[in-house]
Ligand binder design. Structure first.
Ligand SMILES: CSC[C@H]1O[C@H](OP(=O)(O)O)[C@H](O)[C@@H]1O
Ligand SMILES: Nc1ncnc2[nH]cnc12
Length: 293
C-alpha cells in the first residue's frame, strides 16, 4: 500500500491553507524552469498535504505567465499522488450564481500561447483525455461538500481562455452557445499536464461573477471577483478542511495513474537521453530514469 499525498493548487485569493500541522515552505527545483512558488509541506490529521499557490504568494503571476509544466513537475517531485485545483470562475448560466461551488467534469481549451505538453522535442507521447477529471476525486469532493454544508453543483463544462483580459460580451455569449457553464483562465493546460504526469486531477471552481453576458449584471471586473472571494472565504476553507478530513490515507486506483502505459510513439533507442532525464519525475514510471533504470 502506498501512502496518499494530496496536492492542492490554490487559485486567486487562496495563497495559504490555515490550520495545517507542521507547515514548512520548501523550494523545489524543476528542469522545466521556475514554478510559481515554493511548496507548503504540511500534515492534516495524518494526511500528507502539499500546497502550491498558483499565482505565487502575493499574486505575482498572471494566468498567461504561469509555468504550468514546472508547477506540475514540482508537485510530482514533492510526492503528490492526487491533485485538487481551486479556481475562481465566471458563470455562464443563470442558476450558477456568485458564491456557488462547481465541480466541472469537462473543459474546453481556448488558451493558445502556453506550452501545453511535457512531450515533444524527440519523445512523442499522446495521452487519452476524453474524461479529463478524476471521477473518484469528484466524488470525494462532492461528499466533503455535503459534510461541510457547502452547496455544490456537480458536473459542467469549464471553458478556459488565455486572458489576462476578461472576455468580450460576444465571446461570453459564444461560450454559452458552446454549452460551457463556467469560465476561467487557468485549468488549461494544467489539467492536460496533470494527465501527462499521471496525476488524478479535479477542479473545484468557485463562481465569482456572471462574466459579460448577463443582461441584469454588470460585466465582470477584479473588484467583483475579489468581493465574492472574500465573502465566501469561510465556505472555501470549510470545504478544503472537509476534503482533507475525508481523504483516503492510502492511494486508491484511478485510471489516470496509468495514462502513460501506451502513450509513447517514439522507439526507445530514438529517445534523446537529455529529454529522458528532464522527464524523470513526470514519466519515469514508464520511461525509466536518466540512469536507464
Ligand atoms: C482575479 S479574476 C481572474 C483570475 O482568477 C482566476 O484564477 P484562478 O483560476 O487561479 O483562481 C482566473 O482563472 C484568472 O486567473
Ligand atoms: N469571468 C471570468 N472570466 C475568466 N476568468 C475568471 N475568473 C473569475 N471570473 C472570471
Amino acid at each position: 500500500m502506498t501512502e496518499a499525498v494530496l496536492g492542492i493548487i490554490g487559485g486567486s485569493g487562496v495563497y495559504d491553507i490555515p490550520g495545517l500541522e507542521n507547515p514548512r515552505w520548501l523550494p523545489i527545483e524543476s528542469p522545466w524552469g521556475q514554478p510559481s512558488d515554493a511548496i507548503l509541506f504540511a500534515e492534516f490529521q495524518g494526511l500528507k498535504l502539499r500546497f502550491l499557490p498558483r499565482h505565487g504568494r502575493g499574486h505575482r503571476l498572471a494566468p498567461n505567465e504561469l509555468n504550468f509544466r514546472a508547477n506540475i513537475d514540482v508537485l510530482k517531485r514533492a510526492g503528490v499522488t492526487d491533485l485538487i485545483s481551486i479556481s475562481a470562475v465566471g458563470s455562464l448560466r443563470e442558476h450558477l450564481a456568485p458564491g456557488t461551488f462547481v465541480l466541472p467534469d469537462q473543459y474546453i481549451d481556448r488558451t493558445h500561447a502556453r506550452p501545453a505538453s511535457f512531450f515533444g522535442g524527440g519523445i512523442v507521447g499522446h495521452v487519452g483525455f476524453a474524461e479529463p477529471v478524476s471521477a473518484r476525486l469528484r466524488a470525494l469532493v462532492a461528499k466533503a461538500a455535503g459534510e461541510a454544508g457547502v452547496a455544490l453543483s456537480d458536473g459542467g463544462t469549464l471553458v478556459v481562455i488565455e486572458g489576462p483580459q476578461f472576455s468580450t460580451r460576444a465571446e461570453s455569449e459564444m461560450y454559452r452557445t458552446l454549452k460551457a457553464d463556467i469560465i476561467g483562465m487557468t485549468a488549461m493546460p494544467e489539467a492536460k499536464l496533470a494527465r501527462e504526469a499521471e496525476l488524478p486531477y479535479a477542479t473545484v471552481a468557485m463562481v465569482t461573477d456572471y462574466d459579460a453576458w448577463h443582461p441584469h449584471h454588470e460585466a465582470v471586473d477584479v473588484q467583483a471577483v475579489v468581493a465574492t472571494l472574500h465573502a465566501n472565504r469561510d465556505k472555501a476553507q470549510a470545504l478544503v478542511s472537509a476534503i482533507a478530513r475525508g481523504f483516503p490515507r492510502q492511494v486508491e486506483d484511478d485510471p489516470a495513474r496509468t495514462a502513460l502505459d501506451h502513450a509513447f510513439m517514439t522507439a526507445p533507442e530514438a529517445r534523446p537521453s537529455g529529454l529522458m532525464s528532464r522527464l524523470d519525475a513526470v514519466a519515469g514510471r514508464v520511461l525509466g530514469n536518466a540512469n536507464g533504470k
